[in-house]
Ligand binder design. Structure first.
Ligand code: C2E
Ligand code: CA
Ligand code: CA
Ligand code: CA
Length: 279
């Protein structure tokens, strides 16, 4: 038995160092990719639940890898968010989103773009200046970019202070992935957010087979709470027309998901307005 244990320990160490090596290589590759400008942004429409008109687009980063092709953020963002590399990448994302929005606004005044902001970015002392610089460079008003922060970022060390500092400057915040973490519903009224984004998992569970397992009462309660706090609700990951119909009936303000459109490069975007398909 002792022999088996020793074996397991050795295998564990081997795996660990392989993972560490991969991690280092990936980190170096990401650094080089930033220098070579291999990142690009795709955009997903966020539409008015009642009219189907596009109100905003969420900017979602992709890595155009010379060999691997288009790499989705799930493959590199979690790693990069643990390093200071997220700071320059995040700054690039903000500037690129602002540049693109300037172009779109010629035809669509009032359009907004939401950008994902990692906890480490938010904690940077100069973060608000980075956002302001992107807005100024492209002559955008303070409302143009919406900063998406997760519950994790708000709950983390000094999270609420960072969030409040940014909000005090008039930069709009969205609470992303709401309902996945230790939900801060009790603090919702204290958070200066303009949007509450209900996480896809809660939207998908709406139509769970067993009524007892359905998230419908939670989703409805979240919409009520948010509205009483003066916050608009975005439902994320809406895939089916029935989900859209229910959410609209419950007063949900905005819809984002494959039922409307998948994220796409700026040239491939379809602008709608989308009609709720009849069931
Ligand atoms: P997120 O912020 O929750 O973004 C929504 C994700 O859900 C996107 O995945 C989007 O393509 C996907 N999605 C949208 N509608 C549907 C739907 O109806 N069904 C399903 N199954 N999925 C849907 P994506 O683009 O792969 O991004 C994954 C995550 O990567 C994002 O989750 C966000 O946390 C992170 N991310 C993306 N871009 C950035 C960025 O610029 N900075 C940071 N820090 N994180 C980013
Ligand atoms: Ca997001
Ligand atoms: Ca989300
Ligand atoms: Ca998510």
């Amino acid at each position: 038995e002792a022999k088996q244990d020793r074996h397991a320990v050795r295998r564990f160490h081997a795996d660990l160092s392989a993972a560490a090596l991969e991690r280092m290589e990936l980190e170096q590759a990401l650094r080089a990719a930033l220098d070579r400008a291999e990142f690009c942004l795709h955009y997903q429409p966020i539409v008015d639940a009642a009219t189907g008109e596009v109100r905003a687009l969420e900017a979602l980063v992709r890595w155009r890898h010379p060999q691997l092709g288009l790499v989705p953020p799930g493959r590199f963002i979690p790693l990069i968010e643990g390093t200071d590399l997220i700071v320059p990448l995040g700054a690039w994302v903000l500037r690129e989103a602002a540049r693109q929005l300037r172009v779109w606004r010629r035809e669509r005044p009032g359009l907004r773009v939401s950008v994902n902001v990692a906890p480490r970015q938010l904690a940077q002392p100069g973060f608000a200046e980075v956002v302001q610089a992107a807005l100024d460079e492209f002559s955008l008003d303070a409302e143009a970019l919406i900063l998406e922060v997760t519950e994790g970022a708000v709950l983390g060390q000094d999270g609420e202070a960072h969030v409040s500092r940014v909000a005090a400057l008039g930069l709009p915040l969205a609470l992303d992935d709401f309902g996945t973490g230790y939900s801060s519903i009790s603090r919702l009224h204290r958070l200066p957010a303009c949007w509450l984004k209900i996480d896809r998992s809660l939207i998908q569970d709406q139509d769970a087979a067993a009524p007892a397992r359905s998230s419908r009462p939670i989703v409805r309660a979240l919409i009520t709470f948010a509205h009483e706090a003066g916050v608009q609700v975005v439902a994320e990951g809406v895939e089916r027309p029935e989900q859209w119909r229910d959410l609209r009936g419950w007063g949900c303000d905005l819809i984002q998901g494959f039922v409307v459109a998948r994220p796409a490069a700026p040239d491939d975007l379809v602008w709608g307005p989308w009609r709720l398909p009849s069931a």
